[in-house]
Design a protein around this ligand. Structure first.
Ligand code: NCD
Length: 304
């Protein structure tokens, strides 16, 4: 039995297989309508979510399965003090697979150790978000046709943005990938990531505060929201929240085939004027998220 806690739990070959399945689901959706008949997905969400939870649920429903779960900690026995390990053990009696989001880093890993069914990390605090990364990878594959030879700009809250951390880990495994890390000084990537996943692995990266200056070299620009809920004080959040606001004007020197990604939700960091520009890929990303979660659920449930 396999869980997915960290994107590096999957080999690049397994990621290729998931992408292939995803592309086949897009081409032949009816083939997949009964793949998970009789199976149940439990969504245990201790933190707010729109896309991640609903895309997991939509994915299971489109596979013919059904869903149960909770969408806030206060409506579950967590409010009475139950541990995630006990909750996972309990839910193992009701469902076939769990998707868990939790504000504490490592909670889905702790749950997976006691669960009798696969656990998928649907976001743990400011740490990781592997299924958003699978979403991003399917989007990159569909937009760029490759994972190698790419210059990837990541902009915004690189400190607390869990989607950023997982995407850097995933993309650092491909040839000739360069990262351009654009953030205020206070929101640079965590030191463990810089040292263990970039410096120690000889990955090419630069850190800058200047978005417009690096625009011409980017193949992908991954914008992110400043993660309000992870700040210790409101004054810092208010000072930093509008550090980067992407506009059409700021993109005027971009490559014509730049792909602008964002895990969403957007607050202020991408002007709505960009939504109809061909370089905007963030709503396509939403669709890809449901597709790749269908592929992932089938893989972890070992359905053919
Ligand atoms: C992201 C998350 O929850 O980390 N959202 C998502 O899952 N699509 C990004 C964010 O909340 O900023």
């Amino acid at each position: 039995m396999r869980s997915l806690i960290d994107i590096l739990d999957l080999t690049t070959a397994e990621i290729d297989e998931l992408i292939e399945t995803g592309l086949d689901i897009i081409a032949n959706p009816s083939k997949y309508a009964h793949k998970c008949d009789g199976k149940k997905l439990a969504t245990l969400f201790y933190e707010p979510s729109t896309r991640t939870r609903l895309s997991f649920e939509a994915a299971m429903l489109e596979l013919g399965g059904s869903v149960l779960g909770f969408s806030e900690a206060n409506s579950s026995s967590a409010a009475k003090g139950e541990s995630v390990a006990d909750t996972a053990r309990t839910v193992s009696c009701y469902a076939d697979i769990i998707a868990m989001r939790h504000p504490k880093e490592g909670a889905p890993l702790v749950a997976a150790r006691k669960s009798l069914i696969p656990v998928i990390n649907a976001g743990d605090g400011g740490h990781n978000h592997p299924t958003q990364t699978l979403t991003d990878l399917l989007t990159i594959k569909r937009e760029k046709g490759r994972f190698d030879n790419l210059t990837i700009g990541l902009c915004g809250d690189l400190k607390f943005g869990r989607t950023v951390h997982s995407l850097i880990c995933a993309m650092s495994r491909y040839e000739n990938v360069k990262f351009v890390l654009i953030s205020p000084k206070e929101l640079m990537i965590p030191e463990y990531l810089r040292q263990e996943y970039l410096i120690d692995k000889n990955i090419v990266f630069v850190e800058t505060t200047d978005l417009v200056g690096v625009m011409p070299e980017l193949d992908i620009l991954y914008m992110t929201r400043v993660q309000k809920e992870r700040f210790f004080n409101e004054a810092d959040y208010l000072r930093l929240k509008d550090s980067y606001i992407l506009t059409l004007d700021k993109m005027k020197d971009s490559k014509p085939d730049l792909a602008v990604l964002h895990p969403l939700p957007r607050v202020n960091e991408i002007a709505v004027e960009i939504d109809d520009d061909p370089r905007a890929c963030y709503f396509k990303q939403v669709f890809n998220g449901k597709i790749i979660r269908m592929a992932l659920i089938m893989k972890l449930l070992e359905v053919e």
